[in-house]
Structures are given as structure tokens and as C-alpha cells.
Design a protein around this ligand. Structure first.
Ligand code: PMV
Length: 348
């Protein structure tokens, strides 16, 4: 049957990887498994308005509005995404769509909206499928939402649920898959459920090298095989650390993962560097602060110059004071965003 038309609304968060995904093969299959903390504040809200067509269209028909204004800059990315998901959602060509989207974080803040954006859009499409097939159960719904999100952007597969997600097959993790992310299936200490992530906006400009190109450069990379093994091992090493709340070992693994990601960029052919002088200033400040105060703060990095500062809730007050007085100077226009671990996407 055909639905008369309507709207679905979802809010999906961004996420920050602890064990990084860098390297893939078609169709969006990761070279190694990754784990991320789901964020709370940094999120995309998306409305999918749909209307039935008289007859199925060749290409998916859609228009996009960002913050209420027609916006075609995402058009190619969304068109590719809709092509990719069509085999799994055959009804999509029988409707036309208006996609209205907005992000909680500032545009061109250097925070990628692809993870939260693709997850929010996938959840809207899946709600439409569930309306057509109401017998769909919740676990199928969430798994398929992550599966579709992955086809939009690999890391988006980890933005559907929280607090901790794993994407990618690992022999020691039952239920893990390259096709979708799962909720981290091992014990998680309370301390990580309340973790903070302050995103220090070092450089808000667009990256010189996209993550798509970066993933590709892992194909002929001299260190690729070892990097993939390292990620697998770090994922295993994190298991007791996440269960016990062992912050010292957590810090060693997480910072090493961030630097390994950037080391892959610096040693690919062609090589490139996404860190900026202020990124390094901040990393040195963090190391000095940790040494002086013994406070368990650490950093991680995405594919960009911004620094994610991770810390537990019981020291949030003093750390945020320190960010304001010491780290804000290294951020573009003094800007940073306080975020924390969240529970995943919600229907709105
Ligand atoms: O999802 P993509 O293709 O934008 O890749 C993102 C990769 C990193 O953010 C650098 C690491 C990760 O696991 O999120």
C-alpha cells in the first residue's frame, strides 16, 4: 500500500572514536573495528517530509533545507546515499521528499555533521519503512538504521545508540559486524557513562584532505597492515579498562590511537597533515597539566585540527575552569563546545 504523505523527525548525535576507523573497501567495509563514545549535545535534527508520487521515479526526488533555507551543497552526497540505500528500501522511489535539517553546533566549526546527519536521515527513512511494515521489531529497526547510516558515512553507523558503540567485526566480540554497529556488549564502568568531551575548535576551516581520500590512501600504505592489527589489539585492551574504569590505561590507549591516526596521514603517499600549530600547543598543555595536577584528562583527535578533551565528571568543574583560562587562547575566536556522553538518537 501507499502512504498518503507525512513527516518523520529524528535527532541523532555525533560520536567520537576511541579506537579509530581509517581505511575501508567498498561498500563501506572498515579495514578494522572501531569503538566510539556517543555524544549528547552535538547533534543533527532532521525532518523527512514525504509525499507519494503517481508513479515510481527513476531517480529519488528530493530537496534539502538547512536551517530553513534551500541548500544544494549536500545534494551530491545525499543523492549517492539515496542510490546506495534504495536496494534495501525499495519503496523510496515511490515518494518525493523534503529534507529539513539543522545542526546544534555552528556551521563550519570543523565538526563534521556527516555522522549525525546521516544517522538522523537513515532513522527517518526507517521510520517510513516501519510504517509500511509495522511488524518490524525494535532490534531489527536499530540494526538496519545503523546499516543504512554506514552507507552514508562509515562513522555514522556508530551514531544511532549510546553510550559506547562498536562497528566492525572482531573475533572476540560476539555479534560484531562490518555491516552495522552494535552497542558495546561488555561491562562499562560508571565513570565512562558520565564522561565529558570538550571540543576545542582550533581550526574551523574546511580540511585540505577529505576523509574519503584519507581512507583511500590506506590502500597502498606501507604501515596499513600493522595499523589495522594495532586497532584490533587496542580494542581488546580496552575491554578490561572500560570495565574497571582504569583511567591511566584508558589515556594511554586513547591518545595513542589519536596519534596513530594522524601518523597514517603523515606517512601516506601523498602525505598530509591535519594538525595545526595550536593543536600541538594544546596537546603539550594537556600533558603538562596532567603531570602537574595528576588529573586524568586526555585528548583524542578526529580527521582535523580540533582537539577533543576527554575527562571524568568528578573533575569537570576544575577542568572547565582550566580550559577557559589556559586552552581557549589556542582556539579560533576562543571557541570550544562542552559536550558529554549521550544515549543515542531520539525520535522527536
Ligand atoms: O566516517 P568517515 O568516512 O567520515 O570517517 C571518519 C574517520 C575518523 O573520524 C577519522 C575516525 C572514526 O573512527 O570516526
Amino acid at each position: 500500500h501507499k502512504l498518503p504523505g507525512g513527516v518523520y523527525k529524528w535527532k541523532a548525535p555525533s560520536n567520537i572514536a576511541l579506537v579509530k576507523y581509517w581505511g575501508k573497501r567498498p561498500p563501506q567495509i572498515p579495514a578494522n573495528p572501531s569503538i566510539s563514545l556517543t555524544l549528547d549535545h552535538c547533534a543533527t535534527r532532521t525532518e523527512l517530509h514525504y509525499e507519494p508520487l503517481e508513479s515510481a521515479s527513476e531517480d529519488c526526488q528530493f530537496e534539502i533545507f538547512l536551517d530553513g533555507v534551500a541548500n544544494d551543497s549536500f545534494r551530491p552526497k545525499i543523492a549517492t546515499f539515496l542510490e546506495r540505500i534504495a536496494p534495501y528500501l525499495p519503496f523510496t522511489r515511490h515518494y518525493k521528499y523534503r529534507i529539513e535539517t539543522s545542526n546544534s553546533f555552528p556551521h563550519s566549526s570543523g565538526i563534521a555533521s556527516s555522522a549525525s546527519g546521516m544517522a538522523a536521515l537513515s532513522l527517518c527513512f526507517l521510520s517510513l519503512e516501519r510504517e509500511l511494515f509495522p511488524e518490524m521489531d525494535e532490534s531489527y529497526f536499530l540494526r538496519k538504521a545503523s546499516f543504512l547510516s554506514r552507507l552514508g558515512s562509515g562513522s555514522a553507523s556508530r551514531s544511532t545508540e549510546g553510550p559506547l558503540m562498536q562497528w566492525g567485526y572482531h573475533k572476540e566480540v560476539a555479534g560484531s559486524s562490518d555491516l552495522y554497529a552494535i552497542k558495546y556488549p561488555f561491562p562499562i564502568h560508571e565513570i565512562f557513562r558520565n564522561f565529558h568531551d570538550t571540543i576545542l575548535l582550533v581550526d574551523k576551516g574546511s580540511k585540505q584532505v577529505s576523509s574519503t581520500v584519507g581512507h583511500q590512501l590506506m590502500h597502498d600504505h606501507p604501515f596499513a597492515e600493522n595499523r589495522f592489527l594495532q586497532a584490533e589489539r587496542n580494542l581488546e585492551k580496552l575491554q578490561p579498562v572500560l570495565a574497571d574504569g582504569d583511567l591511566e590505561r584508558f589515556i594511554a590507549i586513547v591518545e595513542s590511537e589519536a596519534l596513530a591516526l594522524h601518523a597514517m596521514m603523515m606517512t601516506s603517499s601523498p602525505y598530509f597533515m591535519l594538525m595545526k600549530p595550536n593543536t600541538l600547543e594544546i596537546l603539550n598543555k594537556i600533558w603538562a597539566y596532567r603531570q602537574e595536577t595528576r588529573r586524568p584528562v586526555c585528548f583524542t583527535l578526529d580527521a582535523g585540527a580540533n582537539v577533543h578533551l576527554l575527562y571524568p565528571d568528578h573533575i569537570a568543574g576544575e577542568v572547565q575552569q582550566w580550559i577557559k583560562s589556559e586552552l581557549a587562547d589556542f582556539c579560533e575566536n576562543g571557541q570550544y563546545i562542552h559536550d558529554r556522553v549521550g544515549a543515542g538518537a531520539t525520535s522527536i
